[in-house]
Design a protein around this ligand. Sequence first.
Ligand SMILES: Nc1nc2c(ncn2[C@@H]2O[C@H](COP(=O)(O)OP(=O)(O)OP(=O)(O)O)[C@@H](O)[C@H]2O)c(=O)[nH]1
Length: 298
Amino acid sequence: MNALTLPDVAAQISRQPLPLDWVGMCGVATPVLIDGQRLSAMADAGVSLDDGEARGIHMSRLYLALGLLEDTPLSPALLRQILQQFLDSHEGLSQTASLNLHTDLLLKRPALISPLAGWKRYPVSIEAQLKNKMFHVELQIQIPYSSTCPCSAALARQLVQQQFVDDFANKQLEHAEVLAWLGSSNGIVATPHSQRSTATLTLRLDAGVKEFALQSLINEAEAALGTAVQTAVKRADEQAFALANGQNLMFCEDAARRLTTALARSPHIVALDVRVVHAESLHAHDAVARSSWTRGAS
Ligand SMILES: Nc1nc2c(ncn2[C@@H]2O[C@H](COP(=O)(O)OP(=O)(O)OP(=O)(O)O)[C@@H](O)[C@H]2O)c(=O)[nH]1
């Protein structure tokens, strides 16, 4: 038996003629090349089925087009090329093609003080669409960071002051005694709560953008937040982290505003949505803030 005799169900006429918005494959395993790294990714690849009479699309043609991801560094141009291939291989059937990729970017991050470094994982999703020759691409990046509650810090400071009043009432202040008190548990009788927090950035990129520049976007976001979570940590690093947090108190509202303001400066971003989640240690629920911005909108 040769291939010509194989039944081709996709080529049949549908018994229920109806166009479909999206048909394709979800969760296709593929490598992607980002910043010289070969990363494991999952792809959702599909096209519209505009010909309501056609029984099915040709899944294998989409699958084979994904092969381009294997050898070529990931870029908007590469995604556009793959989407064009989806449409070219479905001529007469489809007018819209989409490709979503999900991966984890790994960046090596230096410690704050010690000469150590370690890897940090940033979940990244890229959504690309080609419709009526219009190409759209959107990035979603998750960034973990540390936040310390400013209200809790103010309340803790008040308790430290109260303890000082109690311990030094009617006493002549001696430098050495105050210094020793500051180093004792009474000198930090209350501590503010802080939490591991997550910023999810959804960024619509300019259609002409040449590269995703994920690392510089993440660096900009982390600089705006100020207290990135750490990788390799020695005591000197932990102390520097404590100082950084003490100088960088923030509500979730502060984090959302800082990120929006910083990212809106990027010439390559035309619209953005920021969602920050502070996984409160004060509560069993999260504190959340959202913000969106569109270039040119007032
Ligand atoms: N359209 C469609 N195909 C499916 C589905 N589930 C599995 N497939 C299979 O996907 C395989 C690849 O389909 P095609 O791309 O049409 O394969 P082909 O006819 O050998 O390839 P072409 O000659 O390029 O059309 C077929 O064996 C289908 O049975 C489904 O739900 N819809």
